[in-house]
Every structure is written in C-alpha cells, then in structure tokens.
Design a protein around this ligand. Sequence first.
Ligand code: XLS
Ligand code: MG
Length: 351
Amino acid sequence: MNAPNKYGYRFSFGPWNIHEGADPFGPPVRPPVAFESKLEAYKRLGYDAVQFHDDDAVPNLDGKSPQQIEQEARAMNQKLHDLGLAAEFVAPRLWEHPLTIDGAYTANDPQSRAYARDRSRKTLDIAQALGTDLIVLWLAREGTYMREAKDAVQAVDRLVEAIDDMLAYAPTIRIAVEPKPNEPMDLAYIPTIGHAVALGYKTRDPQRVGVLVESAHAILAGLDPADEMAFGLAYDKLWSVHLNDQNGLKYDQDRAFGMVNLRRAFDQVLVLDDNRFYERGIVGMDVKTVRTQKADAAEKHLAHSMQVFLWLVERARSLDRAALRQCREARDYEALDRLIVGHLMGHRPVE
Ligand code: XLS
Ligand code: MG
C-alpha cells in the first residue's frame, strides 16, 4: 500500500462506487465496468485500498468449496499486491440471496439464519486471505416493514449471536457495524452509532466490535454525521468511515463528499482530524455519481470527494483556534458562525 499522503491520510472505496446508474425505477444508463478495470482505477484516482464485499473478491461464492474460496481470495490478494493496493475490509453481502429476503441474522426462518452464519464464516476466510482483520457489517435487511413481523428483542439477541459466532470463528478479526436507519427495510434494528456501540458491548468480545459511520446514514437518521463520528471516537470504536453527502431526508443518495453541505462536511473532517483518525483508520468514500452523469465522467466523484476532503483538512488545520476558543468562552455563537463560514470562504477572523 502507498505511504500516507502529506496530510497523513490513506483513502479507500468499494467497487460498487463505480456504478452504472441503475435505480429501482430504471436499468443501467452507463456501460458496465469490469472488476479488473475498476481495480486499475484506484491508483489512477489516487486511492490506496479496496473495500470488498465477499463476492467482489470471490464471485458466486455460495457454490464454491472452502478450498476454492481460499485459492481465489489468495489470487485476488496477489492482484492487489501487484497493483500496490491493500484490502481495507470485507463485508458479507447478505441481502441478495433468496434466503435473505426477510433478513439474514434476524430472519424468522432458521434456514436463513444458518445460511447467514455460514456465509459470514466464508467472509471471514476471505478477509484473512486478503490480509485484512476488518469486517464491516451493513445490516441491510435486519429490520422490518411491519414492526409486528419479527420480535425486536429477540432480533437483538440474534444479532449478538451472529457476531459472537464470527468472533469465535476468527479470533483475530475485528467487526465494524455500519448502521443505517432505513432502506432497504423501513425500520432497521441498528439505526445509529449508539445502537451499534451498545450492540458491541453485548457480545463475547466487545474489544473487537466497533463501528463504521456513513455520513448519509447519519443524515437519514436525522443526526449529524460529525457527532456520530465523535461518539464512536469517544469509545475508541470508530474504525472506518463512509464519507459522502445527502440532500435531506430522501432516498440514500451517496453524493460526492461535501457537495451538498460544505459546513457539515467540514465538521466531519474537523472531528476526524482533531482526533487523529489518520492514525486509526483509512478514509473510505461511499459515493456514487448521479444517474444523469454520462459515462466519460463517471469516476470524477471519487477524485473530487478526496480533493474536497483534503481541502477541508487544510481548512481544519488552519482554523484560528484562539478565535474559536474566544467565541466559545464569550458564548458568541453569531461570531462562531461567521468564523467558520468566513474561514471556509477564505476570509480571516477579523476583517
Ligand atoms: C451501504 C454500504 C454497504 C456496506 C458494505 O451503504 O455502503 O455497501 O458499506 O456492505
Ligand atoms: Mg456504506
């Protein structure tokens, strides 16, 4: 993997972030991009690490033997190595198989839960072959459309059971839970970072369970992403981030970082940088270009997200901290507004 850049950061994204534009209302609008070409894009765009779903690394893994899975994952690891890349994490894709229609770990059907457990163990094998100790659990279908459809107390126990099984199966692995309040399910069981942190403490090894904050997911929960990050940092559990942006309480937009609300993006960078996140983890971008974008520019959102992040690191480090302290002490929050907005626009505190 590359050395960190001059600000100390490394960056990652997932292959799903180069996207062909399909949405629930229409088919792809851009030609498919082969996985190999996506891998080649990382270095070109200035990125260091790949976020994997288990079947990005080993396609169609449900039908494959453990030996075959390990062999293919090792081959992928070699490919990464040759390209100067690393795997940041692997995530089990537990939302596409027919057995996961009504959830995976929390499904009422025991066969579905058994599938989820076995699939997660395969994910752990793949992570180890890819040389990463980090697993991300986005709990996509762990929730309901009708609250009475599942027992919500039992659901928590089932999630703990599933995580416990992974912790026991792979004793060196760490698991970061990525909460999201809705979509694809209406009502998710682990909607916020507080829920995710608390879930970790119910498992057999809380030290190995942390969180991933996605900006858009926090916004969809009506929360401030910077504060969600701060909460994870306070517990020493913020192990990864999915930075992006989101225009209000709508569908999950995964807009490029900082492009909708610059001050909100600045606050995220400020909390990450002030707490030296660059020593704890890699900065992940979970961004997609909009459906209306033509194919020839459909990678720019990744380069731009990183660019905006680094501009904001510079803004965070050059913020007049004495002026900030003064505003806080004087409880002059009008001056604070001006300080931050002025600083983002390149003005000095007193002008
Ligand atoms: C959803 C996520 C998902 C996970 C990995 O927002 O981006 O893809 O991060 O499973
Ligand atoms: Mg995400």
